[in-house]
Design a binder for this molecule. Sequence first.
Ligand code: MLT
Length: 312
Amino acid sequence: ATFSLGAGAQQAWPDRPISLVVPFAAGGPTDVVARMLAIPMGKALGQPVTVENAVGAGGTIAATKVARAQPNGYTVFLHHMGMSTAPALYKKLQFDPLKDFEYIGQVVDVPMTLLARKDFPASNFQELQAHLKREGNKVSLANAGLGAVSHLCGLLFQSAMGVELTTVPFGGTGPAMNALLGSQVDLLCDQTTQTVPLIKDGRVKVFGVTVPKRLEALPNVPTLDEQGLKGFEVKVWHGLYAPKGTPQPVIEKINAALRTAVQDPMVTQRLKDLSSDVPPMDKITPNGLKTHLEAEIAKWGPVIRKAGVYAD
Ligand code: MLT
């Protein structure tokens, strides 16, 4: 007799919890998005979705781990635009974003904010500019490692301001934010999924938002563009992936659960409160994510190579 594992196994999926891998520390912005989606996705799938933080090397440790995981539908991966910058940033990358994953869909688009510790000497953008020119690399700028969006935003910011600051890397902007709140570092560029409540509570200083239009949740915070950094724009996109070879019927079910989750009224309200947007539904598809990732790799590669920033 022959045994057919394939069809039967697929029909039974999922019969145990699904692991949602997050490439940065717990409590940070990617983790916030993952945990927001995990509950409604788990409900839609009939099994819990549990968040697993795999921290290090700007998200590339987690991506390598997922690329090598069993393609059985029990491992999914939430990553942001770091997936598109890693090939240019890391000389010895151990995964290929375009070959080692199945695409499930885009997830959410998140603006960033430029913050300082509450007791930082400068109180507005002009003072910040003067302070950075004067103090230069005595000023520290935290980030979540090479390829983290806090790192990319920091690079753009330093280049736009014509300054070189001292970079302090963490395993995520969750811990970087703790260092900012504890006044151990001076500046941090971070996503609104983490920063809106802290800005509203006055626990950090904010110098601007990284998108060309002011945010509904922070109407009094000017854009960096309107304060003189013309054209400054960073908006963080996210994608949901699975290891290459994960069966297509499973990918379709995870995609359906993702689409349900981003339309859950609690999720949409929370995202709105955090000034984050759900992409159009045609982007929340395997092909929508694939097309976007390809375009982003093509866009970032030359910029990063020109800047000469990379890890050996
Ligand atoms: C995080 O969750 O820690 C962030 O997404 C890190 C970053 O890329 O800045």
